[in-house]
Design a protein around this ligand. Structure first.
Ligand SMILES: [Zn+2]
Length: 280
């Protein structure tokens, strides 16, 4: 399939696709009888338009639903390109996307960066979900049930999982990634381990993540272990009365044997002080 350069579209189950974007953000595409559902609208309107073009390689059915796995800009700032779709997200995702401080902070970070989308970020019309839920919601598309699940705060306050029971498949957003360290800057480290324990109970064989490759249940458990060990070793360092720098060093030392090769492991020295502060 001749999709957007840098992307690869994998059919993970009949009519269900993972659109993986190298080093950027992935999306999901689910084709139903009447229309299409998209998981994550991606970082900018231009990226959403590329996604729409790629959907047209699969089907000419209209995009009727967009699900935001969470509020982060690289997953949801393409929402404005779907004016006719129902945009679904967790209630907390709505609150984050309508939080001026959250939006200003992210926008100024992006427009002052040197990424190719810095200019476009100035004019993004941040568009929150128009249908929200608290704990779960079912959606039937193409005769299949999609369970939209909220298990508590984790990577943000409003991360949701799109579970397709019939296919033993789940879309995990950024909470679960295959051998990658998730962004911790907006996270809730006190809650995240418990949220992961709930995802681990889903009877799935495959997950599609917001970044990186698809994984299996064993990879999911490994991602859970990373969060548990991060939080446990941070708590130990706090109990031992270490200062932020010593604590960061000891957490990294604890994690490096098992997770040192993971993508983004080198960002931890920047992120752990914040995790320690949140747990203190
Ligand atoms: Zn994220």
């Amino acid at each position: 399939m001749n999709s957007t350069p840098g992307t690869e579209i994998i059919e993970v189950a009949s009519g269900i696709y993972a659109r993986l974007h190298e080093n950027l953000t992935n999306a999901g595409i689910i084709v139903g009888d009447e229309g299409v559902l998209i998981i994550d609208s991606l970082r900018m309107p231009s990226f959403a338009r590329d996604l729409i073009s790629d959907v047209k390689l699969i089907t000419d059915k209209p995009i009727k639903y967009v699900i935001d796995t969470h509020a982060h800009w690289d997953h949801s700032w393409g929402n404005e390109e779907f004016p006719d779709a129902t945009i679904i997200g967790h209630q907390n995702c709505y609150l984050e996307m309508t939080d001026d401080q959250w939006n200003d902070q992210w926008r100024s970070k992006i427009v002052t960066g040197d990424d190719p989308w810095a200019e476009e970020a100035k004019i993004v019309n941040i568009t929150p979900p128009n249908l929200t839920f608290d704990s779960s919601m079912s959606l039937y598309i193409g005769g299949r049930q999609l369970e939209l699940l909220y298990f508590g705060r984790a990577h943000t306050s409003g991360d949701i999982f799109i579970h397709v029971p019939e296919e033993k498949l789940v879309f995990t957003g950024d909470v679960i990634q295959d051998r990658r360290v998730p962004y911790l800057g907006d996270s809730y480290p006190a809650d995240w381990p418990e949220t992961d324990d709930k995802i681990a109970e889903l009877p799935i064989e495959t997950f599609v993540s917001g970044h990186g490759p698809n994984g299996n249940h064993e990879d999911l458990l490994e991602a859970r272990s990373f969060i548990h060990e991060l939080v446990n070793s941070s708590k130990s360092a706090i109990e031992e009365g270490r200062n932020a720098e010593q604590a960061t060093d000891s957490v990294i030392a604890t994690l490096s044997a098992r997770f040192g090769e993971w993508v983004g492991f080198d960002t931890l020295d920047e992120r752990i002080p914040e995790v320690i502060a949140k747990l203190s």
